[in-house]
Design a protein around this ligand. Structure first.
Ligand code: AMP
Ligand code: ZN
Length: 437
């Protein structure tokens, strides 16, 4: 296979050199971190007072982990390392309400991020001759603008179509000869079903490849999309805390995602013992971003479950590969690509006086999309034979939930005491989506 490299020197850097590079950048990252209120405190408690306290890569382990909880506690400016006037953009984690996780970018941060995304895109064989339709949500979510800038950097013609509205997507594909797509895997499947429904012939389009990410999906799903749309699908992994897309990506071998080790230090730990696991074993991914000046984050517990693939990749890149990410070690749900915590649902409904003491979150597949049903008990006072007030209540709960989690759920009302109760910890989530990962 003929591989192409955006930055061959860095992508094929010998491991020894890569480690020297990482150590230098880690010292810088610690220096930058010490300018933030959060790390000034956290690192000094760990006995790290200056970048000089980091002497080898092993010293990384002296740095305490950072969690999502820390980021929320630090909202809004606890992690900011530059004067506000140096910030040119912010992004936030999807689905977070209340106290969001916000990441600030300086001009150099944006350009470094853009070049990582460009590296990923170019490595799949794209060139400036390609037409790139970015079918993902724009806005605070990093997937939109991240891929948009990366695509432009490669020189492709970028169509900022955003997600949704398949009829319009097909028109754009046809009118402009789209060759490359970016979307969640579930939206790609949805696009394919709609294509059949609307009689859009695959041969009338010029599609060659797609980047699919933002949610876990199986190898079978990848193959299904590839076969149905006659394209190559590449797995794209990223998270807003680490810029967004461009953290790890598949090369044309399509066997594991290269994690860009000139930009990140990756560790895999056992989420229970917090100890590192052996190569090849699965665990939780912990990431340190090496070159970000506005929002440094050290040893971030991503909660994402994966592992290092042993052995080198035939593409010649020296940066290690991660296995396909299979899920998360916490209870965050990913519903059609949007992150939802069960606690958000609880917070929204339990504040309503008509709602009873028990509720259940059910997730199913409706075709290729996820369907969320929230079953709640209602207080005996509110539960009556007349269906009109009950329907109004149902609609009220639906609206409140949609405002909180940005997903339109089905709502079912149940008589008080009729939903199952478990001994010990309550089981709130019934995830009936097939686990084919
Ligand atoms: P956000 O910060 O809103 O962009 O969400 C990031 C999260 O989405 C990650 O921590 C993962 O849990 C999930 N995610 C992103 N890309 C992938 C992928 N390719 N495979 C599995 N999960 C993914
Ligand atoms: Zn490779």
């Amino acid at each position: 296979m003929n591989h192409q490299y955006w930055n061959e020197k860095i992508e094929k850097m010998p491991r020894k050199e890569l480690e020297v590079w990482q150590l230098e950048r880690l010292k810088d990252a610690v220096g930058v971190s010490l300018r933030t209120p959060f790390y000034k405190n956290r690192l000094s408690q760990a006995g790290i007072k200056s970048p000089g306290d980091i002497k080898t890569l092993e010293d990384l382990k002296r740095i305490p982990f950072t969690t999502k909880h820390d980021l929320r506690d630090g909202f809004p400016y606890g992690f900011l390392a530059v004067p506000k006037e140096e910030v040119i953009r912010l992004h936030a984690s999807s689905g977070t309400t209340g106290a969001p996780t916000t990441i600030y970018f300086s001009r150099d941060d944006i350009s470094r991020w853009t070049s990582f995304v460009a590296r990923c895109i170019y490595g799949t064989g794209c060139t400036k001759a390609d037409v790139f339709q970015n079918m993902i949500t724009y806005g605070l979510f990093t997937g939109g603008l991240g891929f948009h800038s990366g695509g432009e950097e490669v020189g492709m013609m970028v169509i900022p179509s955003g997600a949704g509205n398949t009829t319009r997507q097909f028109r754009l594909m046809r009118d402009f000869g789209t060759t490359v797509l970016h979307a969640t895997p579930s939206f790609l499947l949805h696009v394919e079903s709609k294509m059949r429904e609307e009689g859009v012939s695959r041969d009338s389009l010029r599609l060659k490849r797609a980047f699919a990410g933002a949610e876990p999906y199986s190898e079978d799903t990848r193959r299904r999309i590839e076969q149905l749309l006659h394209i190559d699908v590449y797995n794209s992994y990223g998270l807003s805390e680490m810029n967004g897309p461009g953290v790890a990506f598949e090369c044309q071998e399509k066997n594991g995602l290269h994690i860009w080790e000139d930009g990140y230090i990756a560790e895999i730990i056992n989420p229970e013992t917090l100890q590192p696991v052996a190569d090849g074993e699965r665990g939780e991914l912990v990431l340190t971003i090496l070159c970000r000046e506005a929002t440094p984050i050290l040893r971030y517990r991503t909660r994402d479950l994966t592992g290092f693939m042993p052995g080198p990749c035939p593409c010649g890149r020296t940066h290690r590969r991660l296995y396909r990410i299979t899920g998360r070690s916490d209870d965050m749900l990913i519903i059609n690509g949007v992150n939802v915590f069960p606690s958000q649902i609880e917070e929204a409904i339990m504040a309503m006086k008509e709602v009873g003491n028990n509720y259940l979150i059910e997730l199913e597949k409706d075709g290729v999309l996820d369907r969320l049903t929230v079953k709640t008990e209602v207080t005996p006072e509110s539960f009556m034979d007349d269906t009109r007030p009950l329907n109004a209540l149902k609609e009220k709960i639906r609206r409140i939930l949609q405002a909180s989690i940005t997903i339109n759920p089905r709502v079912e009302l149940h008589e008080s005491g009729s939903l199952p109760v478990t001994e010990g910890k309550a089981v709130r989530v019934k995830d009936l989506r097939p686990k084919d990962i």
